[in-house]
Design a protein around this ligand. Structure first.
Ligand code: 2GW
Ligand code: MN
Length: 295
């Protein structure tokens, strides 16, 4: 039971004019079966969203991990591009987690945007670096985020903002459609296949990408805590989910439906090439030499 376009709380059709057709997309899925909107270019009025959230005087937290080589390779580009495109005009607090805080680049930031650095260990297994993000995010929400921000986004560092990533992406519980799988049959989804893992999924809804998730701090606190508990339970049983934290995230979103989905515009892999339904790129995967970074 999907809402009609004009029933979305912030649908531009509600205030701009009555020509709802202007604000819908007929070539893509814009709503899930549980009623969550899927945000595509052309469905929203950016100015209306920005003004709505400016009036609420919100702060958005953004967490990013840059451990080992990922700091030198990606952090500067990630941060400078975020300054240009991520929640421009809103209050933003960056949380950078790294093993070498002294190397975090000094970025010139706009007013009402601040950055905090936190030191983390460099785990020898990259899978652990990736999975332990859930624990660190959960902890930082308790100790810091909840006192300063209403919303939080948690992103991979190996990506660059190239277009608006704005307030239209805010929601209670926000998930991202993985650019590889959004048009594919469920058969291809790379869920965890091992019934011994807590991340095991037989059939899911969508395949979500762990490079971007967010929501209110309350919802993201719950998500990260439950995913971390599941990861630890797997460790005790000597199993590891196929795609690590991403498998656990997919399990969580199957059981706890996200309230808003972001189209793959919000994290596009450019080497997929041209797709008629992708009108803009907002965040794109950075190039990665797996052999080099994963040693
Ligand atoms: C990761 C893999 C191999 C070697 C190193 C690392 C690594 C990751 C690292 O040395 N330092 C570091 O800070 N990271 C952080 O973990 C960084 O923020 C990075 O973006 C994130 C996830 O690792 P990444 O980006 O190499 O993994 P992807 O792009 O293949 O991502 C998907 O799958 C992952 C699980 O395997 C995660 O779920 C990730 O969120 C997904 O996008
Ligand atoms: Mn990544």
């Amino acid at each position: 039971k999907c809402p009609l376009p004009h029933e979305y709380p912030l649908h531009p059709g509600n205030h701009v004019d009555n020509s709802l057709d202007l604000w819908s997309r007929t070539d893509v899925q814009t709503c899930t079966y549980w009623g969550a909107p899927i945000i595509w270019d052309g469905m929203f009025d950016p100015e209306y969203y920005d003004e709505f959230y400016r009036k609420q005087n919100i702060t958005v937290a953004l967490t990013v991990f840059a451990v080992g080589r990922y700091l030198d390779l990606y952090l500067e580009k990630f941060l400078t591009s975020a300054e240009q495109h991520f929640m421009v005009g809103q209050r933003v607090v960056y949380y950078v987690f790294t093993d070498s805080p002294e190397k975090v680049p000094k970025i010139k930031m706009a007013a009402f945007r601040t950055l905090f650095t936190f030191k983390v260990e460099k785990y020898s297994r990259w899978q652990d670096v990736s999975m332990l993000r859930m624990k660190m995010i959960s902890d930082i929400i308790d100790s810091h985020v909840r006192h300063h921000a209403q919303y939080i986004f948690c992103l991979d560092v190996d990506q660059t903002f190239v277009g608006r990533f704005g307030t239209e992406a805010l929601g209670d519980m926000v998930a991202l459609l993985h650019s590889f799988y959004y048009r594919r049959p469920k058969f291809f989804y790379t869920y965890d296949q091992n019934p011994k893992s807590t991340a095991y999924i037989k059939t899911g809804d969508m395949y979500y990408h762990a490079a971007v998730f967010g929501g209110t701090w309350q919802r993201v606190k719950n998500l990260t805590q439950i995913c971390y508990d599941a990861i630890m339970q797997d460790k005790m049983n000597h199993v590891e989910a196929l795609w690590h934290d991403e498998s656990h995230l997919n399990k969580y979103f199957l059981l706890n439906k996200p309230t808003k989905l972001l189209s793959p515009e919000y994290c596009w892999a450019e080497y997929i090439g041209y797709r008629r339904d992708i009108h803009v790129h907002r965040l794109v995967w950075a190039e990665k030499n797996y052999k080099f970074v994963r040693q």
